[in-house]
Design a protein around this ligand. Structure first.
Ligand code: SF4
Ligand code: SF4
Length: 486
């Protein structure tokens, strides 16, 4: 038994077998799907090749997930692990947008934007092309598997390019000098792409994806879902003669013959001619005439297929269309409007907007310089042999600013104090300087000493002032200096 036979569906007591390659259609939803597929595949494969100048020691890839460095570059932004709340906000906002879209128009995410759908659609197009060129048979099947494998390998390479320098990666892979992680990801992703997107295809949507199981909770009577207009299509029946002049006989003659053939039953027949084009074009093999089903991903291809048939029959389009529950009783060929202003939809839209706005604000106000100062309080101060008093501070600096190689540090608010660094150098003006190097971070020990005559009892507040080498103040870190009790 072929896999397609497991998708057999019964309509009006007879089995409708969807072919292993769904029939191609043309129409509005096919054009939208094709445009979105091209856009998403272009983003997936092309974005890692975009360049972005960040100065020396930094990758010039516009978008790069740098796992060893534990950072994400996205054009002018750089994210660190501590920026995880921003990512959480984006994910929550995206999930709420998904809920919003589902409330408005059912599974349009599944039908138009889900990567599983995009790759499945791509492969169905490739399969149709190969079948046209090579005909059907064992040779065509072998050719399909070779092309599937090439697409799976390209997908895995495209994915790896998001984590490595895309311009160097092909050369490294071919020369065998890429890291073991690259080869491991190629093997794993080629295997999963081949299995899930190329072989399993719609079975992932039908049997593995959890989303359809709970999306029903988001639908209400105003949600638009792909609907067969039963009031108009039934009772269905085969067309006995062609109805249009351009595919056979003049229309009026054909109609007269058909009326005569059917013994006057023509007037009783609905618009569905039971051609099963809607089933054979469906990527999941659903017969939408049986009502809304979990297997329907809302891709709209059955709408295009049926509209083509209706066009040939010179009947109004929309025997299958996006419709709401009221459409079952409205009995109109008019398309229902999208109901944007329902409370549930507005709540999802508002919450999504809030989550994304908070994340955008967080990204826009991310500090470029992170300073962690830890006063060493065991003991809180050291009394030196010359009578001066010294406090120690542990300093950790990391930054994500462009072209910053070092930070100079001075003290503000503690007159007469001298600052020295345990391992640092001095700038040309004699100010202590912390070099940041390629890692753009440094650990330093700061020693603050007050001469004997200036020493005091208890603690006194002061600031460490960190500046770039061109004198721009980057941060001011408050702390305390401790002296011996008197
Ligand atoms: S494509 Fe339209 S006319 Fe043909 S079987 Fe489907 S609903 Fe009926
Ligand atoms: S029934 Fe129509 S909308 Fe649903 S998956 Fe099949 S072709 Fe797409």
């Amino acid at each position: 038994m072929s896999w397609s036979e497991t998708l057999d569906l019964r309509t009006s007591g007879r089995v409708v077998v969807r072919p292993d390659i769904p029939h191609g259609v043309s129409g509005r939803y096919r054009r939208i799907k094709t445009a979105l597929n091209v856009a998403m595949l272009a983003i997936f494969f092309c974005v890692p090749w975009l360049r972005w100048d960040r100065g020396p020691h930094l990758p010039d890839q516009a978008v790069l997930i740098d796992l060893p460095g534990r950072r994400l570059f996205a054009f002018g932004l750089e994210f660190w692990p501590q920026d995880l709340p921003i990512a959480v906000g984006v994910l929550v906002g995206a999930a709420l947008l998904l809920f919003y879209a589902t409330t408005l128009a059912g599974r349009i995410w599944c039908g138009f934007a889900c990567p599983q759908t995009v790759w499945s659609d791509l492969l169905f197009s490739v399969d149709r092309m190969i079948a046209r060129v090579a005909g059907r048979g064992p040779g065509e099947r072998r050719l399909r598997v070779v092309v599937w494998f090439a697409i799976a390998l390209s997908t895995a390479s495209g994915f790896a390019a998001w984590f490595n320098d895309a311009t160097e990666l092909p050369g490294l892979i071919v020369s065998g000098t890429a890291t073991p992680g690259v080869y491991a990801s190629l093997v794993i992703l080629t295997g999963t792409t081949f299995t899930l997107a190329l072989y399993a295809r719609e079975r992932v949507c039908l049997h593995m994806c959890p989303w359809p199981r709970f999306q029903a909770a988001l639908l209400d009577r105003d949600s638009l879902v792909v609907t067969y207009q039963e009031w108009r299509g039934e009772p269905r029946g085969k067309a006995r003669v062609p109805l249009r002049p351009d595919i056979g006989e003049p229309g009026l003659v054909a109609l007269a013959r058909q009326a005569s053939d059917l013994g006057g039953q023509l007037a009783e027949r609905g618009d569905c001619i039971d051609c099963t084009r809607c089933v054979t074009a469906c990527p999941t093999g659903v017969d939408i005439r049986n009502g809304l089903q979990m297997g329907c991903i809302g891709c709209g291809l059955c709408i295009d297929a049926c509209d083509q048939v209706m066009s040939r029959l010179e009947r109004p389009a929309g025997l299958i269309q996006f419709d709401n529950e009221a459409g079952l009783t409205r009995r109109s060929v008019e398309k229902p409007p999208v109901s944007w202003r329902r409370p549930k939809a507005l709540v999802f839209a508002g919450a999504a907007l809030a989550a994304l706005s908070i994340s955008a604000y967080g990204a826009a106000t991310m500090p470029g310089l992170l300073v962690h100062l830890d006063p060493q309080r065991n003991p809180p101060f050291v009394l030196m042999s010359d009578g001066s008093v010294r406090n120690d501070y542990a300093l950790r600096i990391s930054h994500r600013l462009a072209r910053l190689d070092g930070v100079s540090i001075r003290i503000d608010g503690l007159d007469g104090a001298k600052l020295t660094l345990s391992a640092g150098t001095e700038s040309a003006s004699g100010t202590p300087l912390v070099g940041l190097g390629r890692d753009r971070s440094a650990d330093e020990r700061l020693l603050v000493t007050l001469p004997r005559g200036l020493s005091f009892g208890g603690r006194r507040p002061f600031d460490f002032v960190l500046s770039s080498q061109d004198g721009r103040e980057l941060a001011r870190v408050p702390s305390y200096f401790w002296g011996p009790e008197r």
